[in-house]
Design a protein around this ligand. Structure first.
Ligand SMILES: *Cc1c(COP(=O)(O)O)cnc(C)c1O
Length: 491
């Protein structure tokens, strides 16, 4: 039998706040200093190193801590075992996949947001106005009406999923919310074969089955074949399915290819389909007046999803979905339980607009890092770094094209360079193995982080330039490293 705890008195009230605020403040200042110092000196270390066995063991074997060991000891273990061992995405020579780097200001904004611990379902509070303002700014940048509906989400997958959910609700033609998929004919959705995996996950989750996602072939530039798309839509209609949505991609994850968004908008207008654009990273090209023509037609979408934690350079997690038709957006999700009724006054005045625009009720204050970043840097400064990344990708491609045996595996549409060593005299399989080995050595020697992928069935190396810390000297290091490793493997 455990004894009953004594009734709380003034001196024994329990809390998780520090006992000694002065001591905690000292530690907290050290945490900030260490984090900033780590960021300042990123380039002095290798982008990535494998974890020592002791760290793997320590992190895997830990028992559930019933008793606290204190803040200082816990922070010391974080600094030793956790902080140094990331996949390297903050490093100036990281061009693996499309990941973001984060910024010191974004880090501090997330800390301030956590300190406020604001509940962003809505409610009558300044953070709600900040999120609404940020959504309006993003709409303006993307060429959407500034009164578009929108919501900030954890990532592109979630933002795209919400966009597709609205598309389905708006175009199903029957009461999907009440009757589910039994209410009407099979619904179909269209995208290119290069569409990101979120689309398949979404239709599967929606109960539509992966077969409802029709993947149209792509042309030589890896853009959707619009003629083939139209034939697929016609064939589906003829066989009794109901096409609801075309997904265009502004910047495919594999090669950065941008679908002909104006052509897709035309198809959707003719066929009365919802036009959703996945602009996870590519949509951010719209921030730059010189790059904006690359994503022309994006502004004609009914819904648009994009990340700010990739090419917006902000720390994870942050993405946005914009929806022009506010009624369709809220009609997809809105459910107001009685304990959340808008009384028109008090804390709940204005209701819970964000809870009505997605599936989350409790949400954090993600908007703060966007708001602070836009205001502090200015959007033009962010756009200039995006332009720098595109210029770096073009220059890298030009330099790689001059390296003996290197071929470019796809056109550089935006900021991704796909290439491979293709020495004559090696079979395709031997070339694949060679490129894979070069790639792993590039990573393991701390030269840089680039990633591998497949284009036309062949293994390629891929440098995705969405890094605000990369200088041209960093790319020179990659080029030198590639030639050195290629030489080692040849001898
Ligand atoms: C990264 C990416 C996604 C998914 O976004 P997350 O933020 O990783 O969830 C979707 N589409 C494209 C084109 C992407 O590049």
């Amino acid at each position: 039998m455990t004894e009953h705890a004594p009734a709380p008195t003034h001196s024994t009230d329990l809390t998780l706040d520090p006992n000694d605020w002065a001591e905690f403040r000292t530690l907290a200042h050290r945490m900030v200093d260490d984090s900033l110092e780590h960021l300042r000196t990123l380039g002095d270390r290798a982008p990535w190193q494998t974890m020592p066995g002791s760290t793997r063991e320590t992190l895997s074997a830990e028992q559930l801590p019933r008793e606290g060991q204190g803040d200082d000891a816990t922070y010391a273990q974080f600094a030793e075992h956790v902080l140094p061992y990331t996949n390297g995405n903050r490093h100036p020579r990281f061009w693996g996949w499309i990941q973001g780097n984060g910024t010191p200001l974004g880090m501090m904004a997330d800390m301030l947001a956590a300190g406020m611990n604001a509940h962003l379902a809505g409610l009558d509070q300044a953070p709600k106005l900040v999120e609404l303002k940020v959504i309006g700014w993003l709409a303006e940048l993307m060429g959407f009406p500034t009164d578009s509906s929108g919501v900030l989400m954890s990532g592109g997958t979630m933002a795209n999923l919400v966009g597709l959910a609205v598309a389905r609700h708006a175009r199903a033609g029957f009461d999907l919310r009440a009757d589910g998929l039994h209410g009407g004919p099979p619904l179909t959705v269209y995208a290119s074969s290069e569409v990101h995996s979120w689309a398949q996950k979404s239709v599967e989750l929606f109960g539509m089955g992966s077969a409802s996602l029709r993947k149209a072939p792509v042309d030589a530039s890896l853009r959707i074949d619009v003629g083939a798309l139209e034939s697929m839509i016609a064939a589906d209609r003829a066989s009794g399915s109901r096409p609801i949505c075309v997904i265009g991609t502004a910047g495919t994850v594999n090669s950065g290819a941008i679908d002909d968004l104006n052509a897709l908008a035309d198809v959707c207008a003719r066929e009365k389909l919802w036009f959703h654009v996945d602009g996870a990273f590519g949509a951010l090209a719209a921030l730059s007046p010189t790059l904006r023509p690359l994503v022309a037609g994006m502004e004609r979408a009914d819904s648009l999803a994009f990340d700010l934690h990739k090419w917006g350079y902000l720390p994870y997690e942050i993405a946005c979905v914009l929806v022009k038709d506010r009624a369709a957006h809220e009609g997809t999700f809105s459910v107001t339980p009685s304990y959340l009724t808008d009384e028109g006054r008090g804390v709940i005045a204005g209701g819970l607009p964000f809870a009505d625009r997605g599936i989350e009720l409790t949400r954090g204050f993600k908007a703060l890092k966007v708001w602070m970043s836009f205001k502090a840097h200015g959007v033009d400064a962010i756009a200039a770094v995006i332009e720098q990344n595109v210029a770096q990708a073009r220059e890298l491609a030009a330099r790689l094209a001059k390296v003996p045996d290197v071929v470019l595996a796809a056109p550089v549409s935006l900021n991704i360079v796909c290439f491979r060593f293709a020495p004559s005299g090696l079979t395709d399989e031997a070339q694949d193995a060679l490129n894979k080995e070069i790639l792993l050595r590039v990573q393991e020697t701390g030269t840089a982080i680039i990633s591998g992928s497949k284009i036309d069935g062949r293994y390629v190396m891929r440098a995705a330039c969405s890094n605000h810390r990369s200088t041209w000297a960093d790319f020179e290091q990659l080029l030198t490293g590639l030639e050195r490793i290629r030489g080692e493997l040849a001898s």
